[in-house]
Write a protein that binds this ligand. Structure first.
Ligand SMILES: [Fe+2]
Length: 219
């Protein structure tokens, strides 16, 4: 997997060609700025209280009925040390049948919701047949933790892969398929050949929905 470099004005056009995606408005605007770390990070976010070089693998907004299909992040500035964005493929083709069965059948619930809302790690869209994987440890939990195999299966799938990793540089964009890839951040395994330390890592993020909302099969 490589890194595609697009001119800023072409990013949305490229994604729109992929899936007729559209951006939605997040508070306070269409594009939000992520300062890592920041005192302004909402406590409910996975990144709350985490250092800039650490964030566990997750998908964004897994608690939404239809999570956003694409996440677009643009690097504004870097911190003192290089931090890389990593991604791991969770499409069913990379799983065993047993793992896919666990992800699709094991009952999970959304954390912190008044009435536990059922959710699955993996689902297949009824209309398109497209898979959607969702996971974030701060938002989801197994409904029956003592009988759960989901986290172990997740670790097995991740362990079989070499994560894609890239140190985002100011001006670079990354587009993540949020139905297919888990993403995270960590201290860079290797220092880039050219590195100019910055005062803080700041990314801009917007999410892109697809024309067809995700339609889970387990309601
Ligand atoms: Fe994220």
């Amino acid at each position: 997997m490589g890194v595609a470099h697009f001119a800023a004005e072409n990013v949305l056009a490229v994604v729109c060609e992929l899936e007729r995606a559209f951006a939605i408005r997040l508070k306070p605007g269409l594009v939000e700025e992520l300062h890592e770390p920041s005192d302004e990070t909402p406590p409910r976010w996975l990144s709350y209280g985490r250092p800039p070089s650490e964030l566990s693998l997750h998908t964004d907004y897994p608690d939404w009925p239809s999570p956003p299909r694409f996440i677009v992040m643009r690097c504004i500035s870097v911190g003192r040390l290089p931090v890389e964005t990593i991604a791991v493929d969770m499409s069913p083709i990379g799983m065993t049948k047993q793992q896919a069965k666990i992800f699709m059948e094991e009952p999970w619930v959304i954390r912190n919701s008044g009435k536990p809302r059922p959710i699955r790690l993996l689902d297949i869209d009824r209309r398109t047949g497209r898979s959607c994987f969702r996971y974030a440890e701060n938002v989801m939990r197994p409904r029956f933790p003592s009988h759960s195999h989901g986290v172990a299966a997740l670790s097995q799938v991740i362990a079989r892969q070499v994560a894609w990793a890239h140190v985002l540089w100011p001006g670079e964009y990354i587009i993540i398929d949020n139905w297919r890839m888990l993403h995270a951040r960590r201290a860079a395994a290797a220092r880039p050949l050219v590195w100019h330390p910055g005062k803080g890592r700041v990314l801009q993020r917007t999410v892109l929905m697809t024309e067809h909302a995700y339609d889970p099969t387990y309601n």
